[in-house]
Write a protein that binds this ligand. Structure first.
Ligand SMILES: Cc1cc2nc3c(=O)[nH]c(=O)nc-3n(C[C@H](O)[C@H](O)[C@H](O)COP(=O)(O)OP(=O)(O)OC[C@H]3O[C@@H](n4cnc5c(N)ncnc54)[C@H](O)[C@@H]3O)c2cc1C
Ligand SMILES: NC(=O)c1ccc[n+]([C@@H]2O[C@H](COP(=O)([O-])OP(=O)(O)OC[C@H]3O[C@@H](n4cnc5c(N)ncnc54)[C@H](O)[C@@H]3O)[C@@H](O)[C@H]2O)c1
Length: 446
């Protein structure tokens, strides 16, 4: 007999889990389908593992900086032990997700969901009926249509490998590459980055990106811009990345980190006519597809926000409210905030520096060098900068960008102040612990 549910959620990443729990709490009958590991990218092959590995890189680099003062000895992180530790933290997570879901009465279905019609999916040979569906199937690594592409590895391979090769190449100088090059370099691996055009970390302020690259170069990371990969070749002991200029770069492993694309090709959505575009499943401002009982959110949808864990949860929370409320309110997004997990980190909130520069009649930008401020000086950090964007009409801060080892934390204080619309006078009504990063925000407001 076909089992039926109020809502079937396809994909158990952050967005899928949030929706399943939210709807279950509101009393709806819910099933969640997962083709791989419960928990999706964040838990199994994304930000969690990355951040755990970045922690080793931070330790190594801070020790390296302090070693220059003679105060401490350098550290030598060990990849195999680090991975064993991370696996011990993470192995139980997929299972824990499934057990926790079942415990509250959410049915878990293992396998790839394929639409049969608007109200039915097939998973591993069985059919399930849903009054409504939420597609939350995330994104997958972009593959390149070039000769030898099968030799390319992806971000999941990097984050789960038991041994780290001594020499690696990253194809693409984006947000994943900047975290991975920091990690690899900290574990004493030689890194080369090949970027097909002239621009790294395109979403960030290019002046600060340039400074980050210069620092990375001084630590031995090799960058090559305007290098279009045309083929990958397996040699006796290693691999070659061959570019359009005819240059051959050799390494023990080559990772393609040239973006992620919506994971929607194996869902059978074309059978039932769900509309898609190059950014994913087309949804309206209610996250509804062209079929009124089918919704999509997170990395697989074409919503107008960066494809980040934060937005995946935001959209999922919205859908829970939408599906259980009166359904009248459209989705509204908060301020955009994001950080690279390079070392130093590059983080930004609110309007971008490029937007501020293009609209100088509206905005002014102040650059503050914080390198000799205590929070950075104490670790002998090489650089700490913040650019603050003011709206000229009322002198409120509308954006900030920071390059420092603590930029991911620092930017969040700005996020709160921006969200509240605080001026310096309003901020001065608060006392922050001193000395601390939070206190530095006061110093950065003019
Ligand atoms: C290496 C890496 C690092 C990242 N770091 C950060 C970060 O630091 N900060 C940040 O905000 N974001 C980060 N992201 C992005 C973040 O992981 C995603 O935005 C977020 O995971 C999206 O969640 P989601 O629920 O939409 O999709 P996912 O987490 O990708 O979940 C989708 C799930 O659907 C399953 N699925 C797919 N097709 C089917 C099917 N047909 N049937 C059943 N199940 C299916 C998949 O197996 C997967 O488990 C990172 C991503 C990567 C890859
Ligand atoms: N800290 C974070 O918030 C975080 C971390 C990791 C990933 N993510 C998410 O994951 C997504 C994917 O990350 P990503 O780094 O793969 O993508 P990205 O879009 O940040 O970077 C991809 C890079 O590859 C380049 N590129 C594209 N095709 C190429 C080619 N043929 N040869 C060489 N270079 C090429 C692009 O120009 C770009 O610089 C991000 O957009 C983001 O949504 C977020």
């Amino acid at each position: 007999m076909t089992k039926s549910y109020d809502v079937i959620v396809i994909g158990s990443g952050l967005s899928g889990l949030t929706i399943a729990y939210g709807l279950n709490k509101k009393g709806l009958s819910v099933a969640i389908v997962e083709a791989n590991k419960f928990g999706g990218a964040v838990a199994n092959y994304g930000s969690t593992r990355k951040k755990e590995l970045v922690a080793f890189a931070e330790l190594k680099l801070t020790a390296q900086q302090l070693a220059k003062t003679g105060a401490v000895n350098e550290l030598t992180p060990n990849w195999q032990s680090a991975m064993a530790y991370i696996d011990s933290l993470e192995n139980t997570e997929s299972l824990e997700h499934e057990t926790a879901l079942r415990k509250v009465g959410i049915d878990t279905i293992y396998g790839e969901a394929i639409f049969v019609d608007e109200h039915h999916i097939e998973v591993a040979g069985s059919q399930y009926e849903g009054e409504k569906f939420v597609i939350a199937t995330g994104a997958k690594s972009r593959t390149l249509q070039i000769e030898g592409s099968d030799y390319l590895k992806d971000s999941t391979d990097f984050l789960t490998q038991k041994e780290l090769p001594k020499k690696v190449i990253f194809i693409g100088a984006g947000i994943i590459a900047f975290a991975f090059m920091t990690i690899a370099e900290a574990f004493d691996t030689e890194v080369t980055v090949l970027q097909h055009d002239e621009r790294a970390l395109a979403a960030f302020d290019q002046e600060l990106v340039y400074k980050l690259i210069e620092l990375n170069k001084s630590r031995g990371i090799n960058y090559h811009f305007d290098e279009q990969l045309i083929a990958v070749k397996k040699n006796q002991d290693n691999y070659s990345a061959i570019t359009a200029k005819g240059i051959e770069y050799q390494a023990d492993a080559i990772y393609c980190v040239a973006g992620r694309i919506p994971n929607i090709s194996d869902l059978g959505i074309e059978t039932i006519g769900i509309e898609t575009d190059q950014h994913g499943i087309v949804v309206d401002e209610y996250l509804t597809t062209n079929i009124s009982t089918i919704y999509a959110c997170g990395d697989c949808s074409n919503t107008p926000v960066p494809k980040l864990a934060t937005y995946a949860v935001w959209e999922a929370d919205y859908l829970v409210e939408h599906l259980t409320g009166d359904g009248l309110k459209n989705i509204d997004y908060p301020l955009s905030v994001m950080s690279t997990f390079s070392q130093p980190k590059l983080a930004q909130v609110g309007i971008s520096i490029s937007h501020a520069k293009e609209n100088q009649e509206l905005y002014s930008v102040e650059t503050i060098d914080m390198t000799d401020w205590l929070e950075y000086k104490k670790n002998n950090d090489a650089i700490a900068l913040v650019k603050v964007i003011y709206q000229k009409s009322d002198n409120r801060i509308v954006g900030a960008t920071s390059l420092s080892n603590q930029a991911d934390l620092f930017i969040n204080y700005f996020t709160m102040a921006l969200h509240a619309g605080w001026t310096k006078a309003e901020l001065k009504k608060i006392i922050f612990a001193y000395p601390s990063l939070a206190n530095d925000v006061l110093r950065a407001y003019h």
